[in-house]
Write a protein that binds this ligand. Sequence first.
Ligand SMILES: Cc1cc2nc3c(=O)[nH]c(=O)nc-3n(C[C@H](O)[C@H](O)[C@H](O)COP(=O)(O)O)c2cc1C
Length: 196
Amino acid sequence: MRRGEKVVGVNVLGVAGSPRRGGNTETILDEVLSGAREAGASTEKVVLAEADIRPCRACNACSRTGSCVIKDDMAAAVEKMEAAGVLILATPVYWWGPTAQMKAFIDRWYGVPREAFRGKRVILAVSSGGSGSYAELTIKMIGEIIPYLGMENYRTLQASGANSKASAQGNSKLLREAWDAGFNSVKTLTEYKSRI
Ligand SMILES: Cc1cc2nc3c(=O)[nH]c(=O)nc-3n(C[C@H](O)[C@H](O)[C@H](O)COP(=O)(O)O)c2cc1C
């Protein structure tokens, strides 16, 4: 592919896990999406706090029928996920882990056939009020799930010391990193897919 040439037919899905609109994780997420669009991708964003995604009930019906008994917004989110080549998971650290919204979303993957995940590229964006070490368990947890489901841990973007809502907005290095991750994840997707 020549320089400046746009990639066609790639969808990128951003999943915003913070209940705070316009905060640090959504700022990073939007920057990744902006880079992806510049590379030619179509982008979409699911804001979990504004969606009706209920927790897994462990009824195990999915293992018998292949689908979830809970009728909420998860099915639409899964359809978008299936159509995407790149997935961005953005969550703040809440008590060392992801937010309840992000955890509920990931728990519901239990009922999603494995083929829906395989070969996707994932960019993880995590922000914490404290130092980077507060994000370690969240990054480790999600970072283990991604390859377990056959996806690629493409980049992890981390905003630490992000105490105020606008902390990430003032971090031009991180925003550049986020934009680049979005741009390059799309630009090199075909080459990555040919390798797996
Ligand atoms: C309920 C709650 C729990 C939090 N727990 C932690 C924590 O364990 N460690 C930490 O460093 N920051 C913690 N924070 C701070 C957030 O991770 C931080 O402010 C983050 O940048 C918020 O992201 P957002 O702007 O996208 O909402 C917590 C915030 C809330 C509201």
